[in-house]
Ligand binder design. Sequence first.
Ligand code: GRF
Length: 197
Amino acid sequence: MTKRVAILISGGGSNMLALLRDMASGDHPASPVLVASNDPAAAGLAKAADFGVPVAAVDHRPFGGDRAAFEAALLEPLLAVRPDILCLAGFMRVLTPGFVDRFAGRMLNIHPSLLPLYPGLHTHQRALEAGDAEAGCTVHEVTPVLDDGPILGQARVPVLPGDTADTLAARVLVQEHRLYPAVLRRFAAGDRTPLFL
Ligand code: GRF
């Protein structure tokens, strides 16, 4: 039974596109049913539409700090497509425990660090400031604690002399686009064995 995947984005959606490409490459246990964003101007929405995937946008700004109200609005298009799996891909809104609990055990996120190192923002700058020899990305199950759920996959890159946060981010992003599709394939097939690339 093909798993129905909804993807949440906030911007360019490069990880979303990597997931769509892989799901379109045949013999995949999942298929995309929706790409939704908290930003109606997210460039990823046009990329998803070009890919033939239904899109939705629920602007979070009119809701101010009322996260629950924004999430209730976001749930409408989301639940309408009956997703089996929810993938956060460059989604930049913190979700309430109430929302997360609705998708417990079937919501994934990609984070640009080797968790548990550097949850939160500015991960590459923090790795550089710490003098780390390696950096990377992590796909994890989403739990109510930010960037903290069970790890489903990681990919590592070397930190090179002269690296800036931007050069390191670009190197990590290449690995994100390998890791996330590979983890989703496994996860959709019912395999939660962590994958280390
Ligand atoms: C990436 O660094 C990703 O790790 C993080 O958001 C950034 C942009 O992702 N989640 P994308 O290009 O929008 O997929």
